[in-house]
Design a protein around this ligand. Structure first.
Ligand code: HEC
Length: 373
């Protein structure tokens, strides 16, 4: 059995429905396929408006503003473009869905997590933002997990060449894929034939495939802290974390189907039960403070202040003023900017009782170097 490739089908459906946010490159056969039944009643979304930038995403810094977003060029003329009303920002390498962060909050967090888990279960890939946006609308329209699973499966079967799934694949083959993707079980930890046969029998007796997937996902979660299988839910949760970062917080889609397929899978494969840093490196976004789910931007100073509030006030406020330094007001932070910068960015001696993340250090550094305003 070939491991399933891809999948880019949600974008595909968007193409079929003529509500594509970005170009639907790739295989022209898509255009001639019928819209899957489950999708045919979907109303068309509002027309997308795209702001296009010549450079790659990492050449810019995006911030939320009270009216939309600002996109600042990091080198060259350093131009800032303000976006208001655009649905996405297209760069040379990726397209950012600017609305997906807010949209993700319109369904329960558990549903959002399940949706990302379905991408992992069926295709072992991180989702793309446009796909997530599409399925969030489906969930809001009342589609449940079984129906979602059925749609994922139908899409996979319909596009065999891209997915490795086929209408003629045996139940055993399907069960093994789900074991591998959800439970991380293949090779040395492959399920015993009897287990596979049991589940294949359940499917043969009419249980929907979505039932199997939902059962596997639920089962995976029950192994939390299990000495032998505790890594299974950790691996799944880490993939969800990376998927959330990629599709929801960063709002990412690659610009071609081929890349979304191969890179989405590469990213998921780089996740382990103990580490997501390799996967984050593969995503390679340097504007890591950008987060579509975060509250409206925060000026640079407000970000610095929230870091200080979180890490420094136990020793530097009205109760304790270690080293003669207090940092509990905006004015105090600005007045002590030089010492603060030296202690957190240069020597990294502070906070005395812990460490700042690379992102936090970068935030303080950028604020200071821009004049500590
Ligand atoms: C657990 C207590 C503790 C925490 C938390 C802490 N500090 Fe300090 N800080 C100290 C002590 C003790 C000193 C004085 C001794 C020293 O300089 O090492 C100090 C000194 C300083 C000084 C003065 C250094 C100098 O001599 O010029 C600065 C600036 C400073 N801290 C900034 C920070 C910042 C910024 C944070 C948060 C990111 C922070 N500290 C968190 C304990 C703490």
């Amino acid at each position: 059995m070939r491991f399933p490739t891809l999948l880019q089908f949600p974008r595909l459906f968007l193409c079929l429905l003529s509500v594509s946010i970005i170009g639907c490159g790739g295989n022209p056969e898509f255009a001639t396929k019928d819209t899957p039944k489950a999708m045919s009643a979907t109303p068309a979304a509002a027309p997308a408006t795209v702001a296009t930038f010549a450079g790659i995403r990492n050449a810019y810094k995006i911030s939320k503003t009270s009216t939309g977003f600002s996109v600042k060029e990091l080198s060259g003329a350093g131009t800032t473009v303000n976006l208001s009303g655009q649905t996405s920002a297209k760069f040379a390498d990726v397209t950012v869905n600017l609305l997906v962060g807010d949209k993700s909050k319109t369904i329960p967090a558990a549903s959002l997590k399940t949706l990302i888990e379905l991408y992992i279960a069926f295709f072992n890939r991180v989702p793309d933002a446009d796909g997530m946006s599409y399925w969030i609308d489906q969930i809001k329209a009342g589609v449940n997990v079984d129906q979602l699973s059925a749609s994922f499966y139908d899409a996979a079967v319909q596009f065999t060449a891209l997915t490795g799934y086929s209408a003629t694949m045996s139940n055993e083959q399907f069960v093994r894929i789900i074991y591998q993707n959800v439970l991380g079980r293949s090779g040395a930890t492959a399920p015993p034939d009897a287990d596979v046969a049991y589940w294949a029998g359940e499917l043969a007796s009419g249980k929907p495939k979505g039932f199997l997937v939902a059962t596997m996902l639920n089962s995976a979660h029950t192994f939390a802290n299990d000495p032998e299988w505790g890594w299974v839910p950790q691996l799944l949760d880490n993939k969800v974390t990376v998927g959330t970062f990629f599709a929801i917080q960063q709002g990412l889609n690659y610009n071609t189907s081929e890349e979304s397929i191969s890179k989405g899978m590469d990213i998921a494969k780089a996740v382990t039960s103990t580490d997501i840093s390799l996967a984050k490196t593969k995503i390679g976004m340097t504007d890591v403070l950008f987060d579509l789910t975060a509250a409206i931007s925060n000026s640079e100073f407000e970000k610095v202040q929230s870091i200080i509030n979180a890490h420094c006030l136990t020793c530097h406020s009205t109760q304790r003023t270690e080293g003669g330094i207090a940092l509990h007001t905006a004015d105090l932070i600005r007045r002590n900017a030089d010492a603060l910068y030296i202690m957190t960015v240069v020597t990294r001696a502070m906070p005395q009782d812990g460490v700042l993340s690379a992102d936090e250090i970068a935030t303080i550094s950028a604020w200071y170097l821009a004049g500590a305003k």
